[in-house]
Design a protein around this ligand. Structure first.
Ligand SMILES: NC(=O)c1ccc[n+]([C@@H]2O[C@H](COP(=O)([O-])OP(=O)(O)OC[C@H]3O[C@@H](n4cnc5c(N)ncnc54)[C@H](O)[C@@H]3O)[C@@H](O)[C@H]2O)c1
Length: 348
């Protein structure tokens, strides 16, 4: 069986996470890696740190049989690579994605798909014209508990939504990234774009387009020129939907991602007690959504994309580009609302 051949660009936290996931997929093989850092190209990932990883990075990556490129342009010339997986800092996403698509590669690009709305829109045009497959790492749509509740809701099993609250709180990540790029708001967009976008995108995915947003935020606690902590009310008819995200807390604080959604027929929570559904008839259900082979949304989205490329089937399950553009517009409206101190309507 011919395996799908992958080239990974950027071997930081996400690149090494993707590397380990592909290594376990039966229908994928890592053909090449590219990074600006010679130590990482030699397999030394001892300086890589991530938010919810328990991997041991003191051991070098096994790069036997994997070509290593210091220039991504050279990797893109390798005609045998089927998927280019982009895990570099956000400002380089559009340029490398565009180059790869133009070279006839399928592209998986980490989120945020770009740094600005203009870049996302240009990239979407390029992806459509290329005829190749393009997916972005909006992994929360594929994350087991989130995917499960969104399916129950779309199948009508939960009834109408009354209120929903989402949280994504990270400890301070100063010093964790390459050249500390996360802490420069011009590069990362702060916690609002880099972290909280996950919940904004999931809200768009599950409940559709909010008309407006009212956001409160605090800037430059940790990152220069970036919103470090935000709380947003998304304006929908007949329900209250809100989300909070930030990385302003102390370094020792554990990472938290949680939600509570109150529907007509049930309340669904991912919280301290785990993932539970509290049905109106009094029954409390603990759905088993785990999959030992593909335990996280990262595993599911990458495995799905590899399967689609292998079978030449358009990937449609977890995302589409027009929804990603919507999410970007919403998160940019949140930034405007934080900056201007008022509610911002969203033009789609
Ligand atoms: N989906 C998620 O849950 C999630 C989690 C963390 C990060 N991310 C995203 O993944 C992307 C990467 O983040 P990270 O945490 O891995 O960052 P990182 O700082 O840990 O790693 C970035 C890597 O890219 C390399 N690099 C920088 N510019 C390059 C270039 N032009 N060509 C080749 N290599 C280059 C650096 O040497 C470094 O190894 C970001 O867009 C981030 O927002 C997504």
């Amino acid at each position: 069986m011919k395996k799908v051949r992958i080239g990974i660009v950027g071997l930081g936290f996400m690149g090494t996470t993707h590397f380990r996931i592909y290594r376990k997929l039966k229908n994928a093989e890592i053909a090449a890696v590219s990074d600006l850092d010679p130590a990482k190209l030699a397999g030394d990932i001892s300086k890589v740190v991530g938010n919810i990883s328990e991997e041991d990075n003191s051991k070098p990556l096994d790069l036997e049989g994997v070509k290593a490129y210091s220039k991504v342009g050279d990797m893109l010339k390798d005609a045998s690579i089927d998927i280019v997986d982009i895990c570099v800092p956000t400002p380089d996403h559009q340029k490398i994605s565009t180059e790869a698509l133009k070279k006839g590669k399928n592209v998986f690009c980490e989120k945020p798909v770009c740094r600005t709305l203009r870049e996302v829109e240009d990239l979407a045009v390029c992806a459509r014209k290329s005829g190749k497959f393009f997916n972005a790492g909006m992994c929360i749509r594929a994350w087991p508990e989130y995917f499960h509740v969104s399916n129950l809701y779309k199948e009508g099993k939960l009834g109408r939504i009354r209120s929903a609250f989402f949280r994504r709180l990270s400890p301070d990540i100063t010093g964790n990234s390459w050249k500390n790029w996360f802490m420069d708001g011009n590069l990362s967009g702060g916690a609002l774009l880099d972290l909280h976008l996950h919940d904004t995108d999931f809200i768009r995915f599950m409940f559709g387009r909010p008309k407006a947003v009212t956001s409160f935020g605090v800037n430059s606690v940790r990152s220069k020129g970036g919103t470090d902590h935000v709380i947003t009310n998304y304006h929908f008819d007949d329900c209250l939907i809100a989300a909070e995200g930030g990385w302003a807390a102390n370094k020792k604080v554990p990472f938290e991602m949680s939600f509570q959604m109150v529907f007509e027929k049930a309340t669904v929570r991912l919280a301290g007690e785990g993932y539970r559904i509290y049905w109106e008839n009094g029954q409390v259900e603990t759905p088993q959504v785990g999959d030992s082979a593909l335990p996280t949304g990262w595993h599911k989205e990458l495995s799905y994309f590899v399967d689609c490329v292998e079978k030449n089937v358009q990937p449609e399950k977890y995302q589409n580009l027009s929804e990603i553009i919507d999410s970007f517009k919403i998160v940019m409206a949140e930034q405007e609302s934080v900056d201007g101190g008022k509610t911002v309507s969203i033009k789609y």
